[in-house]
Design a binder for this molecule. Structure first.
Ligand SMILES: Nc1ncnc2c1ncn2[C@@H]1O[C@H](COP(=O)(O)OP(=O)(O)OP(=O)(O)O)[C@@H](O)[C@H]1O
Length: 320
C-alpha cells in the first residue's frame, strides 16, 4: 500500500560562517528511508524533534518532492499524481485544517462531499458512523472557529474520512487534547483499525497513542530508521525488564537470592523489595518468592515504553 525506497529529502539552509557571512548548507531531513507498509497496517512513526517525521509524511502525501529515491502510495506517485492520490488518502495535520472556519461543522462536511464527489448515500452513512463514534452531534451546528481543540480534531478526523480513503496519515492527532478527547480519538482510531479497511500511519510524541493503536513501530532519528518492529521487540532489543514488587510481613533473610533476577531496591525497612527479572519468567519468580518469604502483596510491573524510547533516542543521538 505504501512503498519507500531510499527516500531522501535535503533542505538547503543558510548557516553562519564567520561574523557576517552566511553559507548555504544541505541538511538531510530524510536520509535513505526504505519501508513497505501493507494494507490495513497501523504504523506508529515516531522520533525526537527534527527527526524527519513530518518531512516523510509530506513526501507521502505529495506536498514535498523527494530529492531522490522512490515513493508510492496506493500505487501512485504522490507528487505527479497528487490529485488522484487525494481521492484515496485522508490527511490530518495538526496545524492545518480542512474545515471552513466560519461555517458550522455540518456545512464543512457538506462542502467536502462536493469537493470529493462522494455519492450522497455513502457520505451520509460515513457521517453517521463518525457522529456516533466521535460524539459529534452536540457541536455539528457550531461554527468551526468556536470549537474547542478536541472538538475540532474530531471534526478534522471526520473530514479526512468522509470520502472513504484507503490510507490515513495523521500527524500528532492527539496533541493538546484533554483526556476525554484523547480517549475519544484513540478509541475511534482503534475501531477504524480493527475493521482493517484503512491503513494508518501516525506520528506522535504521545507514546500512549502508539501503545493503544499501533502494532508496528517505526522509529526515525536524523532521517534514518533506527527501529522497525513491534513494541515488544523494542523492549527485547533494549533489554527492558519486568519487575516484581513484593510487600513482605517479614524482611528477606540476609543473603537471599532469586536466581535469574536482581534485587534492585529495598524499602520500608526491608518490608518492600523489588526484583528486576533477567532470565526468569515472572510466574517462576513469583512462585519462588511466595515459597521463600511471607508475602503480603505482590505485583508484576511492566516496563514503560517511555523509558525504552528515551533510551533509544539517547543511544542513537549519542546524547548523555
Ligand atoms: N522547509 C524546511 N527548510 C529547511 N529545513 C527544514 C524544512 N523543513 C524541515 N526542515 C528540517 O528538517 C529536519 C526534519 O524536520 P521535520 O519537520 O521532518 O522533523 P519532525 O520529526 O517532524 O520534528 P517534530 O517532532 O519537531 O515535528 C529538521 O532538522 C528541520 O529543521
Amino acid at each position: 500500500m505504501i512503498e519507500m525506497r531510499e527516500l531522501r529529502k535535503n533542505f538547503s539552509v543558510r548557516v553562519k560562517a564567520g561574523r557576517l557571512r552566511r553559507q548555504k548548507r544541505e541538511v538531510a531531513a530524510v536520509d535513505g528511508v526504505s519501508l513497505s507498509i501493507a494494507r490495513g497496517e497501523m504504523v506508529g512513526y515516531i522520533g525526537p524533534n527534527g527527526a524527519g517525521k513530518s518531512t516523510t509524511l509530506k513526501m507521502l502525501t505529495g506536498v514535498l518532492t523527494p530529492t531522490s529515491g522512490e515513493v508510492s502510495v496506493c500505487g501512485l506517485r504522490p507528487v505527479p499524481q497528487r490529485t488522484r492520490l487525494a481521492l484515496r488518502i485522508g490527511v490530518v495535520f495538526g496545524q492545518r485544517s480542512q474545515l471552513w472556519w466560519d461555517l458550522p461543522l455540518r456545512e464543512s462536511f457538506r462542502l467536502l462531499r462536493h469537493v470529493y464527489r462522494v455519492p450522497a448515500t455513502e457520505h451520509a452513512a460515513r457521517l453517521r458512523r463518525c457522529e456516533e463514534l466521535l460524539d459529534l452531534r452536540a457541536f455539528l451546528d457550531t461554527p468551526v472557529r468556536q470549537l474547542s481543540l478536541g472538538q475540532r480534531m474530531r471534526g478534522e478526523l471526520t473530514a479526512a474520512l468522509l470520502h472513504g480513503p484507503e490510507v490515513l496519515f495523521l500527524d500528532e492527532p492527539t496533541i493538546g487534547l484533554d483526556v476525554v478527547s484523547k480517549q475519544a480519538v484513540r478509541s475511534f482510531l482503534g475501531e477504524l483499525g480493527r475493521t482493517g479497511d484503512v491503513t494508518l500511519v501516525l506520528t506522535t510524541h504521545d507514546l500512549a497513542d502508539i501503545e493503544r493503536l499501533c502494532h508496528r513501530l517505526v522509529v526515525i532519528d536524523h532521517g534514518h530508521v533506527v527501529h522497525d518492529g513491534t513494541i515488544e521487540q523494542l523492549h527485547t532489543r533494549y533489554g527492558s525488564r519486568r519487575r516484581v514488587v513484593a510487600d513482605l510481613d517479614v524482611p528477606l533473610p540476609p543473603g537471599f537470592t532469586l536466581p535469574g533476577a536482581t534485587l534492585t531496591s529495598t524499602e520500608a525497612d526491608g518490608h518492600r523489595v523489588t526484583f528486576t527479572l533477567e532470565s526468569i519468567a515472572a510466574g517462576a519468580a513469583v512462585a519462588a518468592l511466595v515459597t521463600a518469604a511471607q508475602v503480603r502483596d505482590l505485583s508484576v510491573v511492566e516496563p514503560e515504553i517511555e523509558d525504552v524510547v528515551a533510551r533509544l533516542y539517547t543511544d542513537v543521538s549519542g546524547a548523555p
